[in-house]
Design a protein around this ligand. Sequence first.
Ligand SMILES: *Cc1c(COP(=O)(O)O)cnc(C)c1O
Length: 415
Amino acid sequence: MEFNTRLLHGNYQPDEGTGATTVPIFQSTSFRHKTAEELEKIFAGAEPGYVYTRINNPTIEAFEKRIAFLEKGIGAVACASGMAAISMAVLNLLEQGDELVSSAGIFAGTYSLFMNLADYGIRARFAKTVSVESFAAEITGKTRLIFVETIGNPKMDIPNISELAELAHRHNIPLVVDNTVTTPYLFRPFEHGADIVVHSTSKLINGSGNSIGGVIVDRGRFNWDETKFPKLHEYKKKYSFFAYLAKLRQGIHRDFGVCMAPFNAYLNNLGLDTLGLRMEKMCSNALALAQFLAEHPKVAWVNYPGLVGNPYRRLAEGQFGGKFGIILTFGVGSKENAFKVINNLKYAYNLSNIGDLRTLVVHPASTIYASLFAECSEEEKQATGVTDDMIRVSVGIEDIQDLIGDFQQALNVVQ
Ligand SMILES: *Cc1c(COP(=O)(O)O)cnc(C)c1O
């Protein structure tokens, strides 16, 4: 089965009772059971059944099953946001005194979360580059996981997932991958040895920018050893491959109360239906726009993994099946020029998000990075890869002639 067929038919059937083709919204807090004996069995885990929407719900479960199938995992847990998914995914593995190693060029919210974990006795170390050596240099006896994003943004640096998985496994720790920007359409981290995948569904999975959400998927292969993961080792005795998911569901996911709303699960189910079509169009638009910009006399530089000469081109080609993603950055010489281009674009919206149907642009230095830059040294600023003349583009599904025309006329304003 190919991607779009898997997407539409995998792990999903029309509603049993009514034949409804879209997953109905079970907008109900709790679920009645006919006898006390039945509810007793469900609570004991001896029988499947719905109880309370913070714990499980048919609309949310339908979404979880589809994502697990697409990622080729053994199960998934939906969360209220991408940040909730990342928080739960890592806290399910960490205790006071533990450390994690992460790539540095990650989503600003994730970076902030990892720094704040210090308040709970958990230390985050950041690899200087996406090379395996940089990650290896930060691993200590206390490290309990490696965390990466598939394409860093706005630096557009790409880690080699297979090599990082090998590194993690040599140290008996799992590799956690944020697959938000690539989605299972471009990349399935489990096929490259990763152990846990997280998504912000707010971006490409939802696709229309109408609800915040996140999801955690487990491959179910990691062998939780007694010394590094004593609690998961205990769960393994009872739940075997499902140890991580069982601990998550019976522990912090339930206790922190970070469930996805059924209505948002419904919207994500709808969005998911067209993920393949949208990604195909966005990736081809992004490549065409990057090629146009690279040739333009008023453009100083373009960073897109699909361009000839880009240092990550070969790795991206291998990992992402010949496509290169939906995000590109380019420079126009100065902050003043960048503002002029942004202010003159007609179709591209100026806002701080990615993965919408519509093309989005932002000036990272004066927005997403402004508070960080106010505090850090020039050297630290350079390490982020964000320059004053940079414009980030999340490419949408508009017709490419119109998109190129829009950037052409906006660039005409630049001296
Ligand atoms: C947006 C984003 C997040 C955070 O997700 P929210 O749904 O906004 O909480 C995490 N990782 C990446 C790569 C993102 O783009």
